[in-house]
Design a binder for this molecule. Structure first.
Ligand SMILES: [Fe+2]
Length: 439
């Protein structure tokens, strides 16, 4: 066992980690669980004269989900406003606009509760808005240095409930919100247990309206969380912090996260084709939403790794969605590069994907896993074949992407299961230009 990777705490005992910990919002899952939203809010201490805000986007207003959610709240006697200007892959300024809206409509103290309804972008907008209202200032104050000021979020703020309408990001339970900083062409996370929601209400009936391409892309993000969580370092390969408060939010895989990874891969890989090709199949949608939740519980507790680190510079420069970027990068990064860290775990993954690994070496099983994963992408019919088809990325673009990954994604790279240099990242980007031949 090596403890070299331990950069987990500024101050630590010289002994290995012996403790794992999981911090989760309350979770309410199932068909028509939207009907229990008001109950959930009351359970979090929201009282009868409270006034809240639903943070969502125009599309979810147009298809009626925002009305349905606001209606449930009003039926209970609470009052609620709707902010529908959330931006896809939100910039710092877009979130600052939402915060400004809150200060204008409800004063400096803000609303009494918040509901984030939508994909990861709407949910992250709601998370940061609630946190900045509670702690004051501007989102940049809480983004890690050198991009931001790196101030800690001392307060979590008023109750926040998140309701995903995609099966993918895991933002409903994660301790991170991702914002883009357009002038620097980077994406940055605000990472804190105080940015995490108090409760998640997951209703699969809100996901049947998601079109096939977004269903596929968000599913590949969810699958990425499950796989990265399963293959990251173990929690006890880090050093134990002297102060438990210093334990990082991404603290390595544990028996609990492994269990959730395995179930997530089963649910996602066996239902994604149906959910993409027959979006009205509620059972498939329910399995996908559950799979995405389990993938997030695993991966966003254990920690995402190289693939997610590489995806952020790509998404920010080329405006690709997070899910399709993860899909394109996973074969070269998570599978090919990281498999050298522990080949037998990748053989286990191959079996979870339904590969008959009987008689195969771990290397052969890992190659079969990669083939199966790429075949799954091809079957979905809407995913790009590599970075080339994703955004016209060429060999010339790779140096900048590798440099940005290493410079801006230390948070994810430092716990990657295999050490990574800038040259390594460059090679992985080159490998991801073409995952299969375009037709
Ligand atoms: Fe992700």
């Amino acid at each position: 066992m090596s403890y070299e990777r331990s950069v987990s705490a500024p101050d630590h005992a010289l002994s290995p980690e012996t403790v794992w910990h999981i911090d989760m919002p309350e979770i309410r899952f199932g068909r028509d669980s939207t009907e229990e939203l008001a109950f959930q809010l009351r359970d979090l201490g929201v009282d009868e004269d409270a006034r809240g805000l639903v943070v969502t986007d125009e599309n979810l207003v147009d298809i009626g989900h925002a009305d349905r959610v606001a209606g449930e709240i009003r039926e209970d006697g609470l009052s609620v406003d709707v902010y529908d200007d959330s931006e896809r892959e939100p910039s710092v300024e877009a979130v600052a606009d939402c915060i400004e809206f809150v200060r204008e409509e409800a004063g400096e103290a803000g609303y009494d509760f918040y509901v984030g309804l939508g994909g990861g972008s709407c949910m992250d907008t709601a998370k940061v808005t609630r946190a900045v209202i509670a702690n004051g200032g501007h989102p940049t104050d809480y983004i890690a240095e050198p991009t931001g000021e790196g101030e800690p979020l001392e307060d979590s703020g008023e109750p926040l409930v998140l309701m995903p309408t995609t099966a993918g990001t895991g933002a409903e339970i994660s301790p991170v919100a991702i914002l883009s900083v357009p002038e620097k062409e980077i994406k940055e996370g605000i990472s804190s247990n105080n940015v995490r929601a108090d409760a998640a209400v997951l209703d699969p009936t809100l996901t049947t309206t998601l079109p096939p391409d977004l269903t596929a892309k968000t599913a590949m993000d969810a699958l990425g969380h499950a796989i990265e969580g399963y293959t990251t370092h173990e929690y006890d390969s880090l050093l134990r912090p002297t102060d438990p408060a210093e334990r990082p939010v991404y603290a390595g895989r544990t028996p609990l996260t492994e269990m959730f990874s395995e179930k997530a891969i089963d649910l996602l890989s066996n239902n994604v084709r149906t959910a993409v090709h027959n979006g009205d199949d509620l059972e498939a949608r329910e399995n996908m939403l559950q799979g995405a939740l389990f993938g997030a519980i695993a991966g966003l507790t254990a920690g995402a790794s190289l693939c997610h680190a590489m995806a952020y510079p790509v998404g920010n420069k080329y405006h690709t969605t997070h899910g399709e970027t993860i899909a394109v990068l996973t074969p070269a990064s998570t599978i090919d590069y990281n498999s050298a860290s522990d080949p037998s775990r990748f053989a286990d993954l191959a079996e979870m994907f339904g590969v008959d690994t009987d008689g195969m070496t771990d290397r052969e099983a890992t190659d079969a896993l990669k083939a199966e994963y790429v075949q799954l992408q091809r079957d979905l019919n809407v995913l790009p074949s590599g970075l080339d088809e994703l955004a016209g990325i060429t060999e010339e673009d790779v140096d900048w992407l590798a440099e940005q990954t290493v410079e801006t994604q230390k948070r994810l790279l430092r716990t990657n299961p295999r050490p990574v240099t800038e040259d390594d990242v460059r090679d992985v980007f080159l490998d991801a230009l073409y995952n299969w031949e375009e037709t």
